[in-house]
Design a protein around this ligand. Structure first.
Ligand code: 13P
Ligand code: ZN
Length: 272
């Protein structure tokens, strides 16, 4: 397949940031085997109109994304490992450009062929659905990041916490940072088959009022302007869950912050 050499400085910087985040995911133990994926909307940064030609392979999509017409993304390759993306980002991501109708895309390699395959992530319906929602709302989020955060998945193995209200109360009361930097909390997505249109649809609902969607028994999806900011959102939530489990495994019930303390923190959140 044809390779597009990434020349643009801003895109190269973004690719570097994707690699940095991939390394963090691996180090945190959230990226077993090929777990996780990432996409970044680079429309407007590269010379996208001239980047792709008719010679590039074209793939039809099952769903139409009219608001993504002509948009260009860097997206992780299905089966690629985050530890590899950290070291060799160009070999582990693809460039895709949607056609005018938004019902298909041209694809190009960013580097040499990846031995694990050359298709975008199997979670493409969720990534594109989210980017389309952001485009419709005029949001500034360019990055969509999915990862398998052990502590967060563990929470969704407890029936009591498969409940958005309970989950968010837990996150906010375990650590002041969470109330300040993730003031909208997470949207809960009941279990559905990975890669399916169903899970994509449910994720969009969850992200209407949140920056993070927590997939029951699977992982999280976060949206943010850049890869590092998406990572930070997830990292803060993971910290809260970790504190909860640590106190529980020491044989205690966590006290949690009080309602009064939370109220003050939420007011602070408005200032950031
Ligand atoms: P991909 O390798 O297709 O990106 O899948 C990883 C994953 O986490 C699926 O949910
Ligand atoms: Zn996954």
């Amino acid at each position: 397949m044809k390779v597009i050499k990434i020349q643009n400085r801003a895109v190269r910087k973004l690719l570097k940031e994707m690699a940095e985040v991939a390394g963090f995911l691996w180090q945190r133990g959230w990226a077993e085997r090929n777990a996780g994926n990432i996409s970044v909307n680079i429309t407007g940064l590269a010379d996208e109109k001239n980047l792709f030609t008719e010679d590039h392979p074209f793939f039809k999509l099952e769903t139409e994304y009219p608001d993504l017409s002509g948009k260009v993304f860097l997206i992780s390759i299905t089966g690629s490992h985050m530890r590899d993306l950290a070291r060799k980002p160009k070999r582990n991501v693809l460039l895709i450009r949607l056609n005018e109708k938004g019902n298909g895309y041209w694809m190009a390699l960013a580097g040499k062929d990846n031995p694990t395959g050359t298709s975008p992530t199997s979670e493409l319906p969720t990534h594109l659905g989210i980017h389309q929602m952001i485009a419709q709302n005029g949001g500034n989020e360019k990055t969509v990041l999915h990862t398998h955060v052990t502590e967060l998945i563990a929470l969704t193995q407890i029936k009591e916490y498969c409940n958005e209200k309970k989950l968010n109360r837990l996150f906010w009361t375990m650590h002041p940072e969470t109330a300040i930097f993730v003031p909208d909390g997470v949207g809960f997505v009941p279990y559905s088959t990975p890669g399916s249109q169903d899970i994509a649809d449910e994720t969009l609902k969850a992200l209407e009022n949140h920056k993070v969607a927590l997939w029951e028994k699977h992982g999280v999806f976060a949206i943010a302007p850049g890869p590092l900011e998406a990572f930070d959102l997830i990292d803060i939530l993971a910290k809260s869950a970790k504190i909860f489990f640590l106190v529980r495994s020491a044989g205690y019930d966590p006290q949690g912050l009080t309602d009064e303390q939370l109220k003050i923190l939420k007011a602070l959140a408005d200032k950031f």
